[in-house]
Design a protein around this ligand. Sequence first.
Ligand code: NAP
Length: 551
Amino acid sequence: MGKHLAHTFVSRARQASAVAGPGSIVVDVVIVGAGFAGMYMLHRLREVGFSALVLEAGSGVGGTWHWNRYPGARCDVESMQYSYQFSDELQQEWDWTEKYATQPEILRYANHVADRFDLRRDIRFNVRVEAAQFDDDRGSWLLTSENGERFFATYCVMATGCLSAVNRARIDGLESFKGKVYHTGEWPQEGVDFSGQRVAVIGTGSSAIQAIPIIAEQAASLYVFQRTPNYTVPAHNAPLDARHRQAVKDRYRDFRDEAKQSFAGIHFRYNPESAVEVSEQRRREEFEARWACGGVTFMGAFSDLLFDRRANDAAAEFVRSKIRQIVEDPEVAEMLCPDNIIGCKRLCVDTGYYATFNRSNVRLIDVRESPIEGITAEGVGAGGMTYLVDAIVLATGFDAMTGALMRIDIRNGSDEALAEKWQHGPRAYLGLMISRFPNLFTITGPGSPSVLTNMLPSIEQHVEWIGDCLVHLRESGKKRIDATEEAERRWVEHVNEVAGGNLRSTCSSWYVGANIPGKPRVFMPYIGGFPAYVGKCEEIVARDYEGFAIT
Ligand code: NAP
């Protein structure tokens, strides 16, 4: 930071703290969350000369990777891609060890980034933000923590994550259970050893599918309570070949640029053929090749898998045929076979999931027809039986995309609550700003591609956009930015229109809020693809921040 700028901040902070009162902290920008979004936001703001402070509820950096420490937790985007690219030195010096990094390795990486860029001195850990209120007269945000600490800032950036507000699922009697209850998204830091225990896992989404094979190896017996079977493809994880790693590093910039041209911001082989136009044999060959390669790029096997029901049915039937091959008991295999649209809910990636049901200590309990009746002190009741267990693992997911924001009492200068504004579903301009809530930014918010893309490049794009926007405001002598209602309305319409043409919007997933009772059903992420979205953001800036009121 230049000497002049530093002086400006100190004097501005002094003036402001006189207004804010003793014990309050005043900065240009307050950032909520020290995951990958919050960490890079802090770094970027420092680079362009703003004072910033990060408030983090957890005791360390890493966000998702700080909290989700359940056994088997691993990213299903390849490690060479699920990493920052803003610093070439960083991406050159860090050596990932596996094709898909484990949670501990990603957390080590997050800590390395925090140390390397000296981020911790501007992060307050164990501070959970409870409320954020904009003051129209002062033109600043006041954030209040659970412990009553107060933080004033001209701008507020919510880097609170898309899958961070856990959904504990309301199951009668849970509090009466005398054993331990864990949620995959709030796993104890010291880890859990299930050796010799009888364990229940509730849920069969991505988290459960990763955890179940490992828990099954430890536990004396494992009951898996499945409401909806999920499609999962093998990861075929392996140690990273040093030559491959170096080859990517040698052309990292080009590699990253190529990835950004793809729909999901992920570098992979996309097949432009239509599944319904090729022969049965060609279809099978391509699906087999994708299965052998592993990972979420299975959905890139043909261009129409998410647009044409017949194409989708072919992919779904292929996966069902694999389940029937792997699972020895035909009845269990049928219970595991999903009958919905493949890729409609997030495709899962596993290591040995289906084969786990061949183990004699694992039992699958279908709770679709007869839901879990309740939990007693001893175990889980379903289908008229009580399954006696020592521990329960809730792999019941998250209040996605809006949950973390709605759990903070966010209010604008007219005391309107965000919860009120979003009572019929989230509305935001580009997933970056919310009209009538000035100077408040969201990173990968609803209406941005976020969860449908590789999160890291999506985060970096948002952070850089916000950083540039604040520089623009400073250079034009302005201090207030708000999305216009009209621009927001048009963007929301566009988001809905694009979602309407995609099979993904048609089923009950967390993408549409269907996993949370009472949550309005709205397809929340932008499904127009990463390149189209980035193009739109750039176009808006080139048109002098079209759709934003800057005063
Ligand atoms: P999820 O996909 O929402 O799965 C939650 C599971 O809990 C579902 O099977 C759901 O059943 C079940 N469930 C919820 N309430 C229930 C109840 N009352 N009774 C019985 N079952 C209940 O959550 P998740 O597995 O944590 O994954 C969330 C997202 O996080 C993923 O989609 C992915 O984007 C991300 N994630 C990624 C990775 C990775 O990179 N490999 C790993 C983990 C998570 P229904 O389907 O019937 O609602």
